[in-house]
Design a protein around this ligand. Sequence first.
Ligand code: NAP
Ligand code: ZN
Ligand code: ZN
Length: 346
Amino acid sequence: METRGYAVLEAGQALQPFTFARRELREHDVAFDIHYAGICHSDIHTARGEWGPAKLPLVPGHEIVGIVTAVGSAQTKFSIGDRIGVGVFVDSCRTCANCVSGHENYCLDGMTGTYNSVERDGHSPAFGGYSNKFVIDEKYAVKVPANLDLASVAPLLCAGVTLYSPLSHWKVAPGMKVGIIGLGGLGHMGVKLAAAMGADVTVFSHSAGKEEDARKFGATNFVNTTQDRFYEPMKESFDLILNTVSAEIDINDYLHLLKLDGTLVVIGLPGKPYPINAGNLLRLRRSITGSMIGGMPELQEMLNFCGEHNIVSDIELIKADYINQAYDRTIASDVKYRFVIDAATF
Ligand code: NAP
Ligand code: ZN
Ligand code: ZN
């Protein structure tokens, strides 16, 4: 099916209009019109070759929402007219222990990314959400709660679940002290979700001007990390800290903040190794770990949680021809707090 989108056609170039074909419906497939697609910083890392050379042409976008237009003959999950969402992967092996337990994001054979990957037929390129139409197996799509604004839901499909998953895994609850480093697309979702789970939330930001928003999203404390030894007043007090920063930072500064058995979760991935001072881990038996998006059951659970708590992303809605400027503004931490593309403009 003919699809219009935006793509990187040659390494180092800006995104530009690109027309391509999506597959015809298979029996378990759902087709939908994309209405909105969020711009995740991972799109930018990939498009600009920061995680290695991308598979070209590259149509980024893995925060996708729309309305179902057709369903395959054996498909049972969606009806025409339903609100539908697709996140960071469109398939996985379906048979490994992690797929079977609903952790498809950790598929032992590697998940099939929504873009910059090859479909499991071994040859078709996967094209992402910066486009006007999509086709996917029903198993890898989720239902979007009816009460949430569709454009503002798009970022939940990556940013939302990427923060929900570690908050849920480390059992965030009232009485816990949670830190979020970086108030960007991921970070602002982390604040909203952790606050809704009852945690006492602190934002660590290098942008002093974001304090009012941090508090509006539910943070009780805001720490300006450009100040020397910013960690001193709150050191040894946090249960869980999530690092969502897209750039290189010294994460050793943040280890000082963890209390006994506290955990620092690395989520932001600038692409270079982080040097760790192991002495900071031994002291107070601290842990450092990572977390990558979430599995399909968790993706639906997160959307349902957001539906119940009326949580969406704060967005700036843009037209397709603004994508390249949006990239530059995201890198400059100048977005409140996620760019979302209106797919009617492709
Ligand atoms: P984003 O919207 O650009 O937010 C990143 C935030 O990091 C900025 O808002 C800024 O917050 C802070 N920051 C940026 N440059 C900085 C610098 N030079 N020094 C200190 N702080 C800086 O990006 P995002 O979409 O949230 O993604 C964040 C990272 O997570 C990216 O690396 C992305 O690839 C990765 N990611 C990981 C997963 C996963 O599954 N683990 C999923 C999606 C994305 P302040 O202005 O508040 O300081
Ligand atoms: Zn993402
Ligand atoms: Zn698998």
